[in-house]
Design a protein. Structure first.
Length: 365
């Protein structure tokens, strides 16, 4: 029997970071012959080695240097493979932006479209960082993405790029819509309408686009929804009235009609308080009552936000106090929620925060 052989008889490695590490190890079988063993990094069987060698021989190595963007653009101008070259140009990342921008400004029209695609792809990567940060905060408020206005024209194009990119997560595409509402204006209405009427568009995206259309003055898409819920806003059953007004408040808030959102929240809070009182007297199980109380606390907080946005600061303080009394966790959002910005700018805000703090001197907020 031959001695065990576990040495590496074939190895290809590269300077870090390596893309391929191929290895075939051998060990004796019960018949005394050597047999290939699967490697833990890359499953390789001995008969596949010739194919792997051919693949490596005709593939660009992982550590190949990136090409100069000007060289790629020159190939585009000469009629090279536009799809491949555009992707390669976009893959260079932010470092290629200055060259791309200059060529867009001065280059021939046939190539400009491909350069804009590459630029939009690169800028979309930068914009998505801001969007993901907003998503991670678990907050959503008017003006949340105003920082994207610093490079407004390119960022608007990047947001449309993300919005149209079916490979992007739905949450990112929805957030792109909200960011467009923060930094754009009525000039994008034709593009929004074209997207809205795309028959293959995800229904959640269509709903979000309808909201942005309404923000910029085209309320056709939300009028049907508003009319549908308005029919039940004064229904004889209190729970139906509550549900309808909650839906109305959500729509009015999202289309930034804060005056009507405040009106809806007044009805919601009045109904919720009376329902909670009636259910408490009726001996409803504690778990259900707790859930109802938590919903009421959330209504208080949302009403405070809408009142702050509407400039009704006294009412905002009133509802915020109730929200924090009911659930101290709301206290932690006061200094970071953009909807409460007007409240924070009010001269009486420090004293108000001290008042809230005294309520929980013995509790950790």
């Amino acid at each position: 029997m031959q001695k065990p052989c576990s040495s590496n008889i074939f190895s290809i490695s590269s300077p870090p970071p390596a893309r391929y590490i191929l290895r075939v190890d051998f060990q004796p079988t019960s018949q005394g012959r050597l047999a290939p063993v699967e490697n833990k990094i890359l499953l390789m069987k001995y008969p596949l080695l010739p194919q792997v060698l051919l693949l490596l021989a005709f593939s660009a190595p992982a550590w190949a240097a990136e090409r100069d963007p000007a060289v790629i653009i020159a190939e585009l101008e000469k009629g090279g493979d536009s799809g491949r070259l555009t992707r390669e140009l976009a893959g260079l990342g932010p470092g290629a932006l200055d060259t791309i921008r200059e060529k867009i400004r001065t280059g021939p029209a046939p190539v400009t479209g491909f350069l804009e695609q590459a630029r939009n792809s690169i800028v979309a990567g930068q914009v998505s960082v801001v969007l993901r940060k907003g998503l991670a905060s678990q907050l959503s408020f008017d003006g949340q993405y105003h920082e994207l206005g610093r490079n407004r024209v390119e960022n608007i194009e990047a947001l449309f790029y993300l919005l149209n990119d079916e490979s992007s997560p739905l949450t990112l595409r929805l957030t792109s819509c909200r960011a467009l509402a923060d930094i754009s204006d009525k000039n994008i209405l034709p593009r929004l309408r074209q997207l809205y009427w795309d028959l293959l568009l995800d229904s959640r995206l269509r709903e979000e686009l309808g909201i942005i259309l309404a923000i910029f003055g085209d309320t056709q898409s939300v009028e049907k929804e508003l009319s549908r819920y308005a029919k039940f806003a004064n229904h004889q059953r209190s729970l139906v009235r509550l549900s309808a007004n909650v839906q109305l408040s959500n729509i009015y808030y999202r289309i930034r009609d804060y005056e009507k959102a405040v009106e809806a929240y007044e009805k919601i809070i009045d109904l919720s308080e009376r329902i909670l009182k009636a259910e408490s007297q009726a001996g409803i199980p504690k778990g259900l009552l707790d859930a109802r109380k938590e919903q009421l606390n959330l209504h208080y907080y949302n009403a405070a936000c809408s009142n702050s946005l509407n400039g009704s600061l006294e009412r905002a303080r009133k509802y915020l106090l109730k929200a924090v009394q009911g659930n101290p966790e709301h206290y932690g959002n006061i200094n970071k929620d953009g909807d409460l910005l007007k409240l924070r700018k009010d001269p009486g805000f420090p004293a108000f925060m001290k008042k809230l703090g005294r309520l929980f001197e013995d509790e950790e907020l």
